[in-house]
Design a protein around this ligand. Structure first.
Ligand SMILES: [Zn+2]
Length: 604
């Protein structure tokens, strides 16, 4: 298997001078799992060098933030393959140099990794199980020229039944896995423990759901049956399946999040959420989202996202295409799979529009700039984030919906964003990657008209989005605004020990105009005490336009502020338009899709 991989790598790179090196072989063991440690040994071929430098990634693909994984690495030491201690010096925050290698044919590097952050992009190690991600775990040769396979041998603690990962097992079986290169290693998280599993075939490919932590609360069979429908629907959507085997590592340990990989995903869940319809729907949607990424972003990707530079930021203006379009389809395809009702779907779409409406920063930062700045902003939200930024997930999904409707209208229903995505996949997937403008040009091509100005408006500018054309085309409308009698203050607040603390002040809202700041404690309104839980009800006492006096404490000093309450911003809710004519209804039906025959068998 290994030899075949190396031969293939050299064959593909026949023009390049790069030679495939000997593999780096890791041994991963857990003698101190109960204290959250994994032990790593890396056997690195010397290949005639007099010194070599190793590096630890500072981020992991799919999660655009410098995370400094090296901070969880300790007790780094190196010996020769014959056991002689070697000189090792730390040269950068994430690099070590091993020198005076003498006659060593391999360097044996040993270190410990601390893993106690329950997220899809970090490590978690405890007595009964471990989630191991590549980037925070495996050091590799820095500035390594050619292709090089990376082998991981796992020494499972007694009592851990299995290792689950998308990596293929090396010849000879056992827990020895082969990654064709470092990218593949980083892209193949491992779940070690004793999870429940469900295996099923879709489109001739094997799929494995790995449920760890669900106990007797989470129903694996139910989850697998629903996931299967998601997979069927999305395979039919794309018309091509780019893997042999796909693994869903479902970490049911009361955390959240998901991360896409080439042939697997890690999703996190609460065991209780399967029994609560809206929460379970969120989990299904998360699976749908990460699975859609198998095509959109893992293979159809912005050109900036690969080959990755693991030691610095990789900026892209197209994250909104990767994440926004995926966020549009995660819910739509869940509905087409027959897993959500129309009302549930429209509510999910409306949620994206409402999130945009609640974000004044939409007037400050365009989708493209929000994408580009993800590294310094999206994953580092502070009290002023909503005032200065917009989510490329939420606005991206809203714009994807508008784009879908635009293409449908421009082609009189003959084409849609579905076609654009499939064509983009055919044209750009694989080694190439797309430039932002190339994606826009392709959408124009599918629409049969120049969408350049449309993208300039929707993706590159901060101009307000107009939902009317999409609503009209699809036989939808915004629900009539509800008459509000309560005054709006324009703060987001928190309960700190019963005290009402301002967390965020909405840009240009009443509190903003009145000089209320984040971290102010609101003590009283018009001379009457107000507590953390009572703000909403108290504001119902006052009509919009009423001037009220707030007693606040700011760093222990009392003062009063005058605020004129406003009208709350309209939060759009999409619904069927009762006035829609037969043609609009037909277009709406085509858009929503009908569940495939197999998916109509309800499992309720
Ligand atoms: Zn995503």
């Amino acid at each position: 298997m290994l030899r075949a991989l190396l031969t293939l790598a050299i064959g593909l790179g026949s023009i390049a001078t790069a030679q495939a090196g000997e593999p780096i072989v890791y041994t991963l063991s857990f003698p101190d799992a109960q204290n959250s440690y994994a032990d790593v040994e890396a056997r690195i071929p010397v290949e005639g060098r007099t010194e070599l430098e190793v590096m630890m990634a500072v981020w992991t693909p799919g999660s655009y933030l410098i995370r400094e994984y090296a901070r969880h690495v300790e007790q780094v030491a190196a010996t020769s393959d014959s056991g002689q201690p070697l000189n090792l010096v730390k040269t950068r925050k994430n690099r070590w140099r091993i020198s005076a290698l003498g006659a060593a044919s391999a360097v044996v590097l040993r270190y410990k990794v601390y893993g106690r952050e329950m997220s899809v992009r970090t490590n978690w190690v405890e007595r009964d199980f471990a989630l191991i991600n590549g980037a925070p775990t495996f050091m590799t040769l820095a500035d390594d020229g050619g292709p090089r396979s990376h082998i991981v041998e796992v020494r499972r603690p007694e009592g851990w039944a299995a290792v689950h990962t998308a990596l293929p097992r090396a010849d000879g079986g056992g827990d020895r896995f082969v990654a064709a290169d470092f990218d593949t290693l980083v892209d193949s998280p491992m779940l070690l423990g004793s999870p429940r599993t469900a295996e099923f075939e879709v489109g001739g490919k094997a799929h494995l759901l790995v449920d760890d932590g669900g106990g007797d609360v989470w129903n694996t069979e139910q989850a697998a049956a629903d996931v299967r429908r998601i997979i069927e629907t999305q395979q039919a959507f794309w018309g091509t399946v780019p893997y042999d085997r796909y693994t869903i590592l479902n970490v049911i340990h009361e955390s959240r999040g998901g991360l896409e990989h080439l042939a697997s995903t890690v999703v996190m869940a609460s065991r209780w959420h399967q029994r609560l319809r809206p929460r379970y729907l969120q989990w299904l949607r998360l699976v749908s989202h990460e699975y859609f990424h198998t095509w959109n972003v893992k293979r159809l990707r912005p050109v900036e996202l690969g080959p990755f530079d693991y030691e610095r930021e990789n900026h892209s203006r197209s994250l909104w295409i990767a994440e926004g379009i995926t966020s549009y389809y995660d819910a739509l395809l869940l509905h087409r799979a027959g897993l959500s009702t129309v009302d549930e779907y429209l509510d999910m779409l409306s949620d994206r529009l409402r999130a945009v409406a609640r974000t004044p920063g939409r007037a400050i930062r365009s989708l493209e700039l929000a994408s580009f700045d993800a590294w310094i902003r999206y994953y580092r939200k502070d009290e002023n984030w909503s005032n200065t930024d917009v989510s490329y997930y939420d606005k991206g999904a809203a714009v994807a919906w508008l784009l879908d409707a635009r293409i449908r209208a421009a082609t009189n229903g003959k084409k849609s964003l579905d076609d654009a995505m499939r064509t983009a996949y055919q044209r750009f997937s694989g080694e190439r990657g797309f430039r932002t403008e190339a994606f826009y040009a392709l959408a124009s091509e599918v629409a049969g008209s120049d969408l350049g100005p449309w993208f300039a408006h929707h993706a590159a500018s901060t101009d307000p989005l107009d939902y009317a054309p999409a609503l009209r085309w699809l036989g939808l409308r915004l629900a009539p605004a509800r008459d509000t009698k309560a005054g709006w203050l324009g703060v987001r607040s928190a309960d700190r020990g019963g005290r009402l603390i301002v967390r965020e002040v909405v840009r240009d809202g009443p509190a903003w105009q009145g000089g209320v700041n984040p971290d102010d404690e609101i003590i009283a309104i018009e001379g009457y005490r107000v507590t953390a839980g009572g703000l909403g009800e108290r504001l119902e006492q006052y009509r919009p336009g009423t001037r009220i006096e707030l007693l606040i404490a700011r760093r222990e000093r009392m003062s009063t502020l005058a605020v004129v309450l406003g009208e709350p911003p309209q939060e759009p809710t999409i619904e069927f338009d009762p006035q829609a004519d037969a043609r609009a209804i037909a277009r709406r039906t085509a858009w929503l899709g009908t569940p495939a025959a197999g998916a109509q068998k309800s499992n309720k």
